[in-house]
Design a protein around this ligand. Structure first.
Ligand SMILES: Cc1ncc(COP(=O)(O)O)c(C=O)c1O
Length: 359
């Protein structure tokens, strides 16, 4: 009853943990900071005026105009959706036919593979160069007659690194397809390619309120692209798919950029604290980060350290990458204290005998 293509689609991710169980939750790159009571109060006021007995605006005009105002783009170049995830899937679906190819640089956000599988599209992964250099030449060599989209994560998840925008522009200049830049973590890098979509018609930028804005539970993201790309993605959206509450709450958050900056700055300070603490743990190599998480290389089994942390109520992302990499989100100062205590209790010499001998 189910088609073979659908059977091959992997299920949703497994990062969710029920709240209220005391987890130190550092596995999904969420903001550790909730809205303040005053912000909640003001937000309730806005939500109270949403006419729940009427359909919401299917064109999301108010919130898209607000985004246009913030980015300096025309509203025809903005599309709002249910998180960057919905937008990314629409970008894949609106550019590719079954059997087409999407190019990306690996390792990256694994959900790109899921969106490709959902659309019977082949994901072609080009590895990062040495020290995670952008593999411009290799990407160009991987372009085939079936390549319809290049999907780039900038800064990249899970490596956390930012690579030069000029290399992305050079790629966009050379390929005959759309280049979509996923800027889910762009607010932390203080760097965006949003301006480029004005002058480069085959570029698109995807952004979200899930990270620096601290609203992963809201499910709001948006696309910035040429009017033609936006129109095609909009045509594939479920009618009335973006609820009136979501539109109102997104408008509320976007109209308070200072609150976002305060939370982002607290997370950036937290990242320094996290990097300092991790840097003191024997056997861990911490990579530089332009995001709200850090990539850590372990001298022995990452599985063993992940199990140790989970047993102490600490969730990090086990990347299953050579069994040597974990990704740890920036948490609150209290989260970092609990993480540090758990790391200090990890007996590396016992769990990682080879490392214990050498190191
Ligand atoms: C690179 C990247 N893109 C997109 C998303 C999904 O964002 P959203 O919550 O807006 O769907 C994530 C979430 O972790 C991400 O890491």
């Amino acid at each position: 009853m189910v088609s073979d293509g659908v059977r091959a689609v992997p299920g949703p991710g497994h990062g969710y943990l029920p709240p209220g169980e005391g987890w130190v939750k550092l596995n999904q790159n969420e903001s550790p900071y909730a809205l303040t009571p005053d912000e909640w109060e003001a937000l309730w006021e806005q939500l109270r005026s949403v006419p729940l007995h009427r359909y919401p605006d299917p064109n999301h005009a108010a919130v898209e105009e607000a985004i246009a105002g913030l980015t300096g783009l025309s509203p025809s170049m903005v599309l709002a959706g249910n998180g960057a995830n919905e937008i990314l899937e629409l970008v894949v679906r609106s550019t590719c036919e079954p059997g087409d190819e999407v190019l990306t640089v690996a390792p990256t956000y694994p959900t790109y593979g899921r969106f490709c599988a959902m659309n019977r599209v082949r994901l072609v992964e080009v590895p990062w160069g040495p020290d995670f250099a952008f593999p411009l030449r290799e990407l160009l060599a991987a372009v085939s007659p079936r390549t319809r989209l290049v999907l780039l994560c900038r800064p990249n998840n899970p490596t956390g690194h930012l690579y030069p925008g000029r290399e992305v522009l050079a790629l966009a200049d050379a390929v005959p397809c759309l280049v979509a830049v996923d800027e889910a973590y762009g607010d932390f890098a203080g760097d965006t390619m949003a301006d480029c979509v004005r002058s480069v018609p085959n570029m698109a930028v995807v952004r979200t309120l899930s990270k620096a804005y601290g609203a992963a539970g809201l499910r709001f993201g948006y696309l910035l692209a040429s009017a033609e790309t936006v129109r095609a993605a909009r045509a594939l959206q479920t009618p009335y798919g973006l609820s009136g509450f979501t539109q109102a709450a997104a408008l509320f958050l976007l109209s308070r950029p200072d609150a976002m900056r305060r939370r982002r700055d607290a997370i950036l300070a937290g990242r320094e604290d996290l990097v300092r603490r991790l840097g003191r743990v024997p056997g861990l190599t911490v990579f530089p980060s332009s995001t709200n998480f850090v990539l850590v290389r372990t001298a022995g089994s990452a599985d063993a350290l992940d199990r140790h942390l989970r047993a102490r109520g600490i969730a990090v992302r086990n990347l299953k990458w050579e069994d040597r990499h974990l990704r740890i989100s920036v948490g609150t100062p209290e989260d970092h204290v609990r993480l540090t205590e758990a790391l200090e209790a990890f007996d590396a010499a016992h769990a990682w005998p080879a490392y214990g001998r050498d190191g």
